[in-house]
Design a protein around this ligand. Structure first.
Ligand SMILES: [Mg+2]
Length: 390
């Protein structure tokens, strides 16, 4: 029996990551293709130190998440980091007025630590279901650049390219705000006509459609093209169970909701209110590995699938341990943005358009914990802030 470890210190690092050929609009915080541009973003990392020399590390989560950390991080010092369920429940209680910000990143780092302690990858601690997982290509938001995602035909061309690369699914993120719903509908038809029946198609207007009526028009276009799902259509912000129940009564295409409601209970309430077909989950919003496994099992109990949002090692481990999930969301992909390895990984781990095999699949990392080696030299060199809790 190994000695029980104790948490001695928690560090939160903020650092800069630069990306080429992308520009972020300060008005809506949306990043789109612009050749020659360089965008500088802030990233965050958490390190949980113990008295036995093992650390739990995670790079992910926004500044907003880390802002609530001071409310409960003190309770971690001196604790056994393997008591994840107790720590999760305490954080949930303490953060009840603060949208449970920050507890997800702590939980993921604790799972990384547990994996290193038991010398096993997270998916194995959870119980492995698979090690190879299919992806859908999830596009950048549209742009108006030459060679970019600048027209319905350009999206259709790119969908065809993704199909040829092996992707079994393709999700459209339209231009951030279309001038008219008709353009949105034309985009769905262009992609549907080109690759419909050959790959699963999805669309995510990201809550930009102005009215319930606009949402209906887009949903009916999805019906005509046999889309696999449509997601977060209109400006309720994706949180009205009543409105989405009504949409489900009027549109045949399955709806995917719940990216914008946090945690197990609100997800289950929304399912029971008939507000969704697929259940969205995100380990950075919904309580980390612990929260997502609760959610996946709750969805399984309803006979529904949980679909995880965006990319990264922790999503791979979760998908490897979840039966009721269809796709890994390879995002954000674009015909002209050259995929490159993220500088935060020392071991070559990468996501991106070409990070799939010929069948459109990715593998789960097999090292202990998250199974990736973060480049702390890079993170330290590009640091814009460090907070130490001890
Ligand atoms: Mg979405």
């Amino acid at each position: 029996m190994k000695d029980r470890p104790k948490i001695t210190k928690v560090e939160v690092h903020q650092f800069e990551v630069r990306r080429k050929d992308l520009i972020t609009n300060p008005v809506n915080n949306i990043t789109t293709y612009q050749p020659g541009a360089v965008t500088t973003g802030k990233a965050h990392a958490i390190r949980i130190f113990t008295d036995i020399g093992i650390t739990g590390d995670y790079v992910g989560g926004s500044a907003t998440e880390y802002s609530a950390l001071p409310l409960f991080v003190g309770s971690l010092i001196g604790r056994n980091p393997l008591d994840r369920e107790e720590i999760f429940n305490n954080a949930k209680l303490v953060l009840r007025q603060h949208a449970r910000m920050g507890m997800s990143q702590v939980d993921i780092a604790l799972w990384d630590l547990a994996g290193k302690f038991y010398e096993a990858p997270i998916h194995e601690l959870l119980g492995t279901y698979r090690t190879t997982m299919p992806c859908y290509a999830s596009t950048h938001f549209g742009d108006n650049q030459p060679g970019g995602l600048n027209s319905p035909e350009a999206y259709a061309d790119f969908a065809e390219q993704c199909l040829e690369m092996g992707y079994p699914g393709f999700k459209i993120h339209p231009p951030w705000v279309y001038d008219s719903t008709e353009e949105h509908v034309a985009l769905i038809h262009a992609v549907g006509k080109r690759v419909g029946g050959k790959m699963d198609l999805m669309v995510d207007p990201c809550c930009t459609l102005n009215t319930f009526g606009d949402a209906l028009k887009v949903g009916r276009a999805c019906d005509e093209e046999g889309f696999f799902w449509w997601e977060d259509p209109f400006r309720d912000g994706g949180i009205s169970a009543f409105a989405h129940r009504k949409l489900r009564q009027l549109v045949k295409t399955p709806l995917l909701q719940l990216e914008h409601l946090r945690g197990l209970e609100s997800h289950v309430d929304f399912i029971v209110a008939d507000g969704t077909d697929f259940v969205r989950g995100d380990p950075d919003y919904d309580g980390g590995v612990t929260g997502i496994m609760k959610l996946a099992h709750a969805a399984e109990g309803f006979g529904l699938d949980v679909e995880l949002h965006v990319v990264g090692p922790v999503r791979r481990h979760l998908m490897a341990a979840i039966r009721n999930m269809n796709y890994y969301e390879m995002m954000l992909v674009h015909p002209k943005v050259i995929p490159s390895a993220s500088p935060i990984y020392k071991d070559g781990y990468r996501d991106g358009l070409d990070a799939i095999d010929e069948n459109g699949c990715i593998e789960v990392p097999q090292g202990p914990g998250l199974g990736v080696e973060y480049d702390w030299d890079y993170i330290t060199k590009h640091s814009t802030g460090l907070i130490v809790y001890d």
